[in-house]
Design a protein around this ligand. Structure first.
Ligand SMILES: [Zn+2]
Length: 109
């Protein structure tokens, strides 16, 4: 077994665990009993960890890397709705006000 990921919170660990499952990789979630017995241990030794078989490690690390890249991606520039002139933040694919889809390649002026 090999540890491929340690998360600061259980939610992230669970997400990676599910994602690996969707990619056909069996993984083991360890240290998910956060909250009890942290006491004297360094905090990062209590983080939830994802472990996989050695044979799956390379593939699993790739899945984790892709996830981290997706999370780190900036939301993009804000854009102006052609329908109602409302300014929308870059992460929205449609106008929050009127629901018009974001036109391709639209940036703020
Ligand atoms: Zn609009």
């Amino acid at each position: 077994m090999k540890k491929i990921y340690a998360a600061p919170d259980l939610l992230s660990a669970g997400h990676v665990h599910n994602l690996l499952g969707q990619s056909g990789i069996e993984s083991e979630l360890r240290n998910y009993y956060l909250g009890g017995g942290i006491g004297d241990l360094p905090v990062n030794e209590c983080w939830p960890e994802i472990w996989v078989d050695d044979a799956d490690a390379a593939h699993a690390e790739e899945v984790v890397r892709e996830l981290q890249e997706a999370l780190a991606e900036p939301p993009g520039p804000s854009w102006i709705c052609p329908q109602c002139d409302e300014r929308n933040e870059g992460q929205f694919g449609e106008c929050w006000r009127c629901g018009t889809l974001r036109p391709e390649g639209t940036n703020s002026p």
